[in-house]
Write a protein that binds this ligand. Structure first.
Ligand code: GLU
Length: 279
């Protein structure tokens, strides 16, 4: 199979150095392997994605000197596909509707997990009549995975990370995670798993911030009979004080850096030095 990897940003802000690091790493792996480097824009969250951020992604990558294979994949255009997968999980009773507010989830949570607060299971106990009443009054649910049933079906989850080695997971730190959010009708987890398979991705190269979510992704692959790619979770770039770079900290975007007169090629060259030093 042709080595295929991808860069899959969410356009909720302009790309920053952390994104560029991921993109250069994935791009160079693909080129070294004579494989494919795909660009997928993960724009399912219409509450946070903005057209100007979408438009900037290919421009910024081109400025870095990166080229990708084929057209640009947009998750916002694939809703019916995700919906069909969700319907299948619903038919198999692997998901259930959850009407809890954030406050209710927090009040009954047994604690923090790897994907936010672990759900206490309140809506798992709703019977069909209670669900029907809520739906009939127009309440929009989120859909949560029945983790215990899913694990029973899928068996122990094992996967391989290029840096951390073999991983074995039997459900710790997660709970009944949201597979379709109330506000957008889908979740990152479901869309990423469906699309990595649909695009023939053999190697997922992404930041360590998604390391723990990967076990859930592999579980979903088992449930949906999709192949599990190889994973490589790279270290996150830190700022001068050693803090992780992220959009929420107001970290400077690539555009700001380019505007200061540092060219994209130079940024990419410096990132390659960091990559060479880290491997
Ligand atoms: N869209 C995700 C993000 O920007 C990355 C998804 C992935 O690489 O799996 O954080």
């Amino acid at each position: 199979m042709t080595f295929t990897t991808r860069f899959a940003p969410s356009p909720t802000g302009y790309l920053h150095l952390g994104h560029a690091f991921s993109a250069v790493l994935a791009h160079d792996h693909a080129r070294a392997a004579g494989g494919r480097f795909l660009l997928r824009i993960e724009d399912i969250d219409h509450t946070r994605c903005r057209p100007e951020y979408v438009a900037a992604i290919p421009e910024d990558l081109a400025a870095l000197g990166l080229d990708w294979d084929g057209g640009i994949w947009r998750q916002s255009q694939r809703r019916p596909v995700y919906q069909a997968v969700l319907d299948e999980l619903r038919d198999r009773q692997l998901v259930y509707p959850c009407f809890c507010t954030r406050r209710q989830v927090a009040a009954h949570s047994p604690g923090q997990g790897v994907d936010g607060l672990i759900y206490g299971g309140t809506c798992r106990r709703l019977d069909d009549a209670a669900v029907a009443t809520r739906l009939a009054t127009g309440q929009q649910p989120a859909w949560r995975l029945r983790l215990d049933k899913a694990l029973d079906l899928a068996g122990p989850i094992t996967w391989h990370d290029g840096r951390a080695g073999r991983q074995v997971w039997s459900g710790e730190g997660l709970g009944d995670v949201v597979i379709a959010r109330r506000d957008i009708g889908i979740s990152y987890h479901l869309a990423v798993v469906v699309d990595d398979a649909a695009q023939g991705v053999t190697d997922v190269i992404r930041g360590m911030d998604l390391f723990h979510q990967t076990s859930l992704h592999v579980l979903l692959q088992h449930l949906l009979d999709l192949p599990t790619p190889h994973y490589l979770h790279h270290q996150l770039l830190a700022d001068d004080e050693g803090r992780k770079l992220s959009k929420s900290d107001g970290v400077r975007s690539l555009r700001d850096i380019f505007a200061d007169g540092i060219g994209g090629q130079e940024v990419a060259a410096r990132l390659r030095e960091v990559i060479a030093g880290a491997t």
